[in-house]
Ligand binder design. Structure first.
Ligand code: GLA
Length: 405
């Protein structure tokens, strides 16, 4: 999930009809603390951070009680905060204009539009979970690209969550904080997402994938040491405009619920590829087929990587995931399919869209020596079509949310 700009409709992957902005420089604890002090005239009580995520595989499975395999990325939201002296809370972001005010003691869904809802919503959900909340001042900065499907909004929510726990002096575990952050997203911001993004942001660990069973939020960290195998995972931000993504996400979710109802199962997690063949409606059957085959692909990737296989072996599973998202789940767009095809032609051993869809990013697993050729191939394919150049950066599994200072 990404942060909507003020006054745009919130969608599961970012602002409606806007391409992603290229990421700015990585914010440091010192610069965000200095910005806090300059605005409020006093130092923050602490500085916290939480990352965005890339999903290696397992797309649109999280709201079907299924399996996902994301990792936290180095790009993150850094947040400085302190109790506020008066009866009002304030929040300012380096990426946005102006200071937004709200009352932590009473703020409720519907009170606040725009980007500040991710902070205020987390305050609301934290309070609703029974934890003490005092009025607070918040300063934040982020280098998670907005609108790229890299969960810049989960990064804000999770950074706010760890800060709220820190300010209140209470121990709250990462899964509970992820659930609080997701509640902010679902019930305050109003995006009907699953819980993958917040769990990845909270549980991420350097060099590890976060294998999550979303039925009961059980996490297992899976080693993912690409350099040891001479490999690199490129993240290619298509910068494609996402039009209508919000409604499409909800429509996919409704189709999955309909499929589970027709099959008489609690969720599609409980169905097999054979089971879904009996669904009469062609569209609902294809949506269900994506989810059940995607769950199987996640389990196979986890099996291979946990057994110490060469990560090249997961390439065909990444490719199959993309085909399934393109043909059965119908969530890709031309910018995305062209990036995947060009990356494969340029030497990637596997490539797929990552995130909610309708734009966003592609990941390409490449031999390290082919990374430049893959990047060039995607850039050339975009230039040929007169499209904005994609941004490309390495996807490096990194640590999850925590306190910086
Ligand atoms: C978005 C949502 C997640 C998940 C993905 C698709 O990122 O926030 O919960 O559903 O789309 O896998």
């Amino acid at each position: 999930m990404t942060r909507p700009a003020p006054h745009t409709a919130s969608t599961p992957d970012g602002p409606a009809a806007a391409g992603s902005a290229p990421a700015g420089p990585a914010p440091s604890a010192d610069t965000v603390a200095a910005a806090f002090t300059e605005r409020t005239g006093r130092p923050p009580a602490g500085v916290w951070a939480a990352p965005g995520r890339v999903n290696l595989i397992g797309e649109h499975t999280d709201y079907n009680d299924g399996f996902v395999l994301p990792f936290a990325i180095p790009q993150r939201t850094v947040l400085a905060a302190a109790p506020a002296p008066g009866g009002t809370s304030t929040v300012r972001s380096a990426q946005e204009d102006g200071v937004v005010e709200f009352t932590a003691a009473t703020v409720a869904p519907g009170d606040l539009p725009g980007w500040a809802a991710y902070v205020a919503g987390t305050v609301w959900a934290f309070r609703e979970a029974g934890y003490p909340v005092a009025e607070l001042d918040v300063e934040l900065d982020s280098d998670v690209p907005v609108g790229a499907g890299l969960s810049s909004s989960a990064a804000v929510e999770c950074a706010a969550g760890v800060a709220l726990a820190g300010l209140a002096g209470v121990e709250v575990g990462p899964t509970e904080l992820a659930r609080i952050a997701r509640r902010a997203e679902n019930a305050f911001v109003g995006a009907p997402t699953g819980g993958m993004d917040q769990m990845a942001s909270m549980h991420g660990r350097a060099g590890r994938l976060v294998f999550l069973d979303t039925r009961d939020d059980v996490v297992e960290l899976v080693p993912f040491d690409l350099p040891a195998h001479g490999l690199e995972l490129l993240v290619i931000d298509s910068r494609a405009p996402h039009a209508h993504a919000g409604g499409e996400y909800g429509a996919r979710r409704a189709d999955c619920e309909e499929a589970a109802r027709v099959l008489g199962v609690r969720a599609l997690r409980d169905a097999t590829p054979d089971d879904v063949t009996v669904i009469a409606d062609d569209r609902v059957r294809r949506r269900a087929r994506h989810v059940v085959t995607e769950n199987a692909r996640v389990l196979e990737v986890v099996r291979l990587l946990s057994a110490g296989a060469d990560p090249r072996e997961i390439g065909p599973l990444l490719d199959a995931s993309h085909v399934s998202m393109r043909d059965d789940f119908a969530i890709t767009v031309p910018h995305i399919d062209v990036a995947v095809e060009a990356a494969r032609a340029g030497g990637a051993v596997g490539a797929r869209m990552t995130g909610g869809g309708f734009g966003g990013c592609v990941i390409a697993l490449c031999p390290a020596e082919a990374a430049t050729a893959v990047t060039d191939a995607v850039r050339a394919a975009y230039a040929e079509r007169g499209w904005l150049a994609p941004t490309v950066f390495p996807g490096t599994p990194s640590d999850g949310a925590g306190r910086l200072g």
